[in-house]
Design a binder for this molecule. Sequence first.
Ligand SMILES: Nc1ncnc2c1ncn2[C@@H]1O[C@H](COP(=O)(O)OP(=O)(O)OP(=O)(O)O)[C@@H](O)[C@H]1O
Ligand SMILES: [Mg+2]
Length: 310
Amino acid sequence: MNADLMIEVHELTKKFGSVAAVNHISFNVKPNEIIGILGPNGAGKTTTLRMLTGYMPPTSGSAMIAGYDILEDSLEVRQRVGYLPEQVPVYPDMTVRGYVTFWAELRGLRKSRARVDEVLAMVQLESRANSLIRNLSKGMRQRLGLAQAIVHDPPVIILDEPTIGIDPEQVIEVRESVRQLRQNHTILFSTHILSEAEQICDRVLILNAGRIVAAGAPAGLRQQLQAGDHLFAVISGSDTNTIRQTLARISGVESVEVQEAGYTLRVTPGMDIRADVSDAIIQAGYRLLELRPVAMTLEDIFLDIVGRTR
Ligand SMILES: Nc1ncnc2c1ncn2[C@@H]1O[C@H](COP(=O)(O)OP(=O)(O)OP(=O)(O)O)[C@@H](O)[C@H]1O
Ligand SMILES: [Mg+2]
């Protein structure tokens, strides 16, 4: 084991029948890093996280958490991981404190009262300690799930879409709770929301159809992927359909999107087709008024990568 790594994932694979939900993924996480796993529905995020928590055995490949093998030492792994599942189990008639105490004791914590109070304060639920879970808002329930995940003070925290389905104000509170944990925890969380990953993460992994299709620090990822890959063209002529077809025929153009003000071309990475675009437009009898690279948002990059790998 590499002592500098808190999570080591090697060729991890999970098949359901003949379908590989997670397909030979490898990545490492250093202590106290915070990593976002991004991907559309069905990408394999939940399956990956379940394997890493020691609850679902992989079909092949391996992973180590804090030096323990998820298959061979799954009990050790579970002690060192806090897990907020996609669907938090709810016990509507339990109190907030009762629920966290229940989990603390399940994890073998005795005399847990002080720790439970500490954790409730961390997720800003101390004032609701005696409320029934049924009376909590969705965002509060999510923070309660977080309290459950961290009560045994695990070095690694794994959160499956912690901000899904809650309103913006509560999203901020959940994010704040996650941020506060970052100082002395290694955190892996999945999300659909790029801006969220960008705000909290040191690094992002983009998962699609069971594979890692891009990885890196949010800023670097943006820089690496946006360069020259999209062009925006303004062309005079009202026959948008013919112009679109003319553009689509240019070698290196992967797709053309007609927009109100012009045309956005998706270009094969690494190709400079600007001269070809101008030639093609002129030959077709139109006039090129403007041609420039498009600055992409992370959202665009995400959709683009997912589109390319689909
Ligand atoms: N227990 C299971 N049995 C069969 N197929 C499964 C099972 N769990 C997941 N899958 C399939 O594996 C693929 C990946 O699913 P997974 O839930 O990991 O994706 P996800 O990225 O978490 O998606 P979402 O964003 O919707 O939560 C999907 O095609 C899903 O249908
Ligand atoms: Mg999921």
